[in-house]
Design a protein around this ligand. Structure first.
Ligand code: FMN
Ligand code: ATP
Length: 308
């Protein structure tokens, strides 16, 4: 898959293309259906496929106060889209000027004249352009005028809920990580680099932990302990991760730290990916380090049985 990032795809002569359009933070079950259909049409018509997406998240520019944190880093998003067989990843830099572009000009100048788009796939309630004026009905009118095709996919739902990035963010922020795969299609994954903590884990508490500096500002679950799988250099391990400020100690600093089972390598500076499987307990303040260590021991035994 070719990755192209640009402020304007107006003059980018890479078409004709079949595109899936949207923000796509998560690549959840709804997104996957949209992208897979674009890929299928691309094969049938023998025209390359593209995912046309925006970065940063449009709300970071339009309404920063309510802009969400991310479900995916850029590299995770690119990897997932590439696995769906798409030919081009087109990342539109979402600037304030771009946010004011109305949907008609965007379609005409960027998609039709620029990229020579032949078919657009979106969700049926997708809204495009300045103030979200470009509904699927409006896009259908433009499709007739500019002679391209458009497919609006019926909402993918699970348990009566429309699958959306917003819903998945909410589940995570409520600690309901176990329910996430039903909408996301996989466990929620956070990627990061192992950095130095206070070096208390192994020496004082008795359990070594890898402190993670995340690749992006991920949506975070409530402070506490979670069962997880850990990926290190393509190997999968069981793990237990603590999100919090370690209130038992006085020098508080927010950290994401994971204890990997049966593992004793020095991995400072290396990349890890953790998959959140289940909530174990909230973060607690212990009267002594001995009590904290005893609780962690119990957490580790309990979590080992839970992960298979
Ligand atoms: C499974 C697990 C559970 C933890 N639970 C708590 C907790 O409830 N309260 C707390 O103060 N610290 C908790 N910790 C954090 C320890 O205090 C932490 O590992 C220690 O401070 C090491 O920090 P460092 O990596 O900065 O050296 C937990 C750590 C792990 C691995
Ligand atoms: N559940 C779904 N079913 C079908 N299509 C969907 C679904 N969710 C999103 N889409 C479509 O996938 C594309 C990308 O979605 P986008 O990221 O913009 O929205 P979203 O997942 O609903 O996120 P948010 O919750 O932030 O609105 C859009 O075309 C959108 O309409």
């Amino acid at each position: 898959m070719e990755v192209i990032k640009s402020q304007s795809f107006k003059d980018m002569k890479i078409g004709p293309l079949i595109i899936a359009l949207g923000t796509f933070d998560g690549i959840h079950l709804g997104h996957q259906k949209v992208i897979k259909l674009a890929e299928k049409i691309s094969k049938e018509e023998n025209i390359p496929s593209a995912v046309y997406t925006f970065s940063p998240h449009p709300l970071k520019v339009i309404k920063p106060a309510i802009a969400p944190d991310y479900l995916l880093s850029e590299s995770q998003k690119i990897e997932l889209i590439s696995k769906l067989g798409i030919d081009y990843y087109l990342q539109q830099e979402f600037t304030s000027a771009f946010s004011q572009l109305d949907y008609r000009r965007f379609v005409e100048e960027y998609l039709i004249k620029g990229l020579q788009v032949k078919h657009i796939v979106v969700g049926e309630d997708f809204k495009l352009g300045s103030r979200g004026m470009g509904s699927i009905e409006k896009l259908r009118e433009l499709a007739r005028e500019f002679k391209f095709s458009i497919t609006g996919i019926k909402n993918v739902e699970e348990h009566g809920n429309r699958v959306s990035s917003t819903l998945i963010r909410k589940l995570i922020s409520l600690g309901k990580v176990k329910e996430v795969p039903e909408y996301l299609g996989r466990y929620y994954r956070l990627k990061g680099q192992v950095i130095h903590g206070f070096s208390r884990g192994k020496k004082i508490v008795g359990y070594p932990t890898a402190n993670l500096k995340t690749a992006v500002n991920y949506v975070l679950p409530p402070r506490g302990v979670y069962a997880c799988y850990v990926y290190y250099r393509a190997e999968k391990y069981k793990g237990i991760v603590n999100f919090g400020v370690n209130p038992t100690f006085s020098n508080n600093r927010y950290s994401i730290e994971v204890h990997i089972y049966n593992f004793n390598k020095n991995i400072y500076g290396e990349d890890l990916c953790i998959e959140l499987v289940d909530f174990i307990r909230g973060e607690m303040t212990f009267a002594s380090i001995k009590e904290l260590s005893a609780q962690i021991k119990e957490d580790i035994l309990y979590t080992a049985r839970l992960l298979c």
